[in-house]
Design a protein around this ligand. Structure first.
Ligand SMILES: [Zn+2]
Length: 476
């Protein structure tokens, strides 16, 4: 009696990962040795079965009759990476997979594929799992539950269960009975939103590479969350994002991204380094905060692009702000040129466009220091910090402040703008973590009364625009 490996090919179930399917197939082959069965099904026992970019799809196509295209599109997380890959690179990656060689794929990805690449564990939804057992007799790993950083099932709005990935073993989801529904944890709004956006990315055909960060920045400007110089308060943004994603922090990927000693993975980079490429998860972290879904972002980009003559306001990057401050302070062009690497001619242009007069004859150190103190005062720096930085006594700093009502006014205005930006950001954050149906003025007020009151008193017009519409009172 003879048999063929095809005879044991299990049915590929909806949204099942190739890994899950292959594992079942290998288990079904009647060979005592795992190595032999693996070699039969995927051509070699050395190939990494759980690779995100598997190298054995051609042999699966030959054995099962399923096309490589349908396997990639319906049963792997590969399409998740498409939107943030240059078209050429993505095509080349797909070509490699068609050839059964994924050894160079990681080099072709635009981002460092190292530490935040994949979820450390396999995941299942307890309810999907129950339903699968009911419908197909078995449970299996779904593609949408394995997306990087995703913690919940978008269909059932519950937290996914983690199944430890044992290297070299045939990892299968345990068959558990979740009769006791108390053990199931409901998802939070932010968890659900990130999962929805991640799933949306699987089917998104719009390419989002290029200067995407300018649209994030534009959105921040639209929310009026910029400082008076048009920059973004990076520290504040970091704190807000940490707060917004507090439900995700127990996830290792998020922990890596947000840990303070890991500057490399800081999501704030997205706003500074225009064209540097990042892992999709880092993009999604910002997109989920700024937009309701990927489509809204795509429409937003199209809208901005369509307004041809409307210049996009792009805030100065921090290096530029340093240059402007140095010019305002009165440092010589030569000195600024040395430290910034920018030509004197370019510096003059910057000075002119920012209405800064450069007096090249009068540049005594004292004058420069005084200007520097004034500039820091205007930017709301604490007097003792200024004194330490110059260095000089605190008295010198307070004296300069007392003598100049104009600087005092500018300082107050700066501090107000900063406080207002922080309050606005707090309100938006509060509103974004609230469930849509609960989003009423009263509830927002109850969630963060202090911020609400502050804005009501000092920034009423903006507040009115941001809040949900007031319900008309019923007349009795
Ligand atoms: Zn589910």
């Amino acid at each position: 009696m003879t048999w063929n490996v095809k005879d044991f090919c299990p049915e590929l179930l909806p949204n099942e990962t190739v890994y899950s399917w292959v594992t079942r197939w290998i288990q079904a082959v009647p060979f005592p040795q795992l190595k032999e069965s693996t070699r039969l099904v995927i051509g070699s026992s050395n190939k990494q079965r759980n690779a995100i970019f598997p190298s054995f799809l051609p042999i699966l196509e030959a054995h099962s009759g399923k096309t490589i295209k349908s396997l990639i599109e319906g049963h792997t997380i590969i399409p998740y990476f498409k939107s943030f890959c240059e078209e050429k690179s993505y095509k080349s990656i797909i070509k490699d997979i068609y050839k059964g060689d994924s050894s160079k794929v990681h080099l072709k990805l635009p981002f460092n594929s190292g530490r935040i690449f994949a979820n450390p564990d396999l995941q299942i939804c307890p309810i999907c799992s129950d339903n699968d057992i009911h419908q197909y007799g078995i449970n299996y790993f779904h593609v949408i539950h394995q997306l990087p950083g995703v913690q919940v099932c978008i269909h059932h709005r519950v937290e996914l269960l983690k199944i430890k990935r044992i290297p070299c073993a045939l990892n299968r989801p345990p068959i558990l009975k979740y009769g006791n529904k108390d053990t199931i944890k409901n998802s939070t709004e932010t968890q659900l939103k990130l999962a929805l956006l991640s799933t949306e990315l699987l089917n998104n055909d719009d390419n989002l590479t290029g200067s995407i960060s300018q649209y994030y920045t534009a959105r921040f400007i639209e929310f009026k969350l910029t400082t008076d110089r048009g920059g973004i308060d990076q520290k504040l943004l970091y704190e807000v994002l940490r707060y917004y994603y507090q439900d995700h922090m127990k996830n290792k990927l998020f922990d890596t991204i947000f840990s303070s000693d890991n500057v490399q993975h800081d999501p704030r980079d997205l706003l500074c380094k225009g064209k540097t490429h990042f892992h999709p998860l880092k993009h999604l972290i910002l997109i989920a905060f700024l937009f309701d879904n990927i489509k809204e972002l795509v429409d937003y980009i199209a809208e901005i692009k369509s307004i041809k003559n409307k210049p996009l306001i792009i805030p100065y990057p921090p290096t530029m702000i340093n240059i402007i401050n140095a010019l305002v302070t009165g440092f010589s062009l030569k000195k600024i040129s040395q430290s910034s690497g920018m030509s004197a001619c370019k510096l003059k242009q910057i000075a002119i466009s920012n209405h800064i007069t450069i007096n090249q004859r009068e540049k005594t150190i004292f004058r420069a220091e005084k200007k520097s103190i004034k500039s820091m005062l205007k930017r709301g720096k604490k007097t003792n910090d200024i004194a330490a930085k110059i260095p000089c006594s605190i008295d010198v700093v307070t004296k300069i402040l007392d003598q100049s009502p104009k600087i005092q006014a500018q300082r107050n205005e700066y501090l107000f703008t900063r406080k207002r930006a922080a309050a606005r950001l707090r309100l938006i954050t509060t509103m974004r973590v609230m469930e849509k149906e609960l989003l009423t003025r009263n509830n927002i007020y109850a969630q963060d009364t202090r911020t609400y009151r502050w804005l009501f008193k000092r920034d009423r017009e903006w507040l009115e625009k941001m809040l949900p519409k007031r319900y008309a009172r019923k007349k009795h």
